[in-house]
Write a new protein. Structure first.
Length: 95
């Protein structure tokens, strides 16, 4: 199984340093750690494959979305596409 990939979260327009972010997905095969953070800290989330979520998947390509949100009405949530090529009992490639 491939290792987790870093997802750097930078809130460049946060003048106050008080804004926070959350990351979520509806796909059980994606793991996000941590799934939230504050703008005043170095924000790096690890995106990986949750092996428990693979059991329900058939072989093939599976597409999902990670949504980053600040909860601020003036900033639209960001949609990050994720694709998984899965060969059941084989290797996993995440892009």
């Amino acid at each position: 199984m491939p290792g987790s990939q870093a997802l750097n979260v930078t809130l460049g327009s946060d003048i106050s340093g008080q804004m926070a972010w959350t990351a979520e997905t509806a796909s059980s095969w994606i793991s996000l750690t941590p799934a939230s953070g504050a703008s005043g800290t170095l924000s790096v989330a690890q995106v990986g494959v949750d092996s428990g979520g693979l059991a329900a998947l058939a072989g093939g390509t599976h597409n999902a979305t990670i949504t980053l949100d600040t909860g601020c009405t003036s900033i639209a949530p960001i949609q990050i596409p994720v694709a998984l090529s899965y060969v059941k009992g084989g290797t996993i490639n995440v892009s």
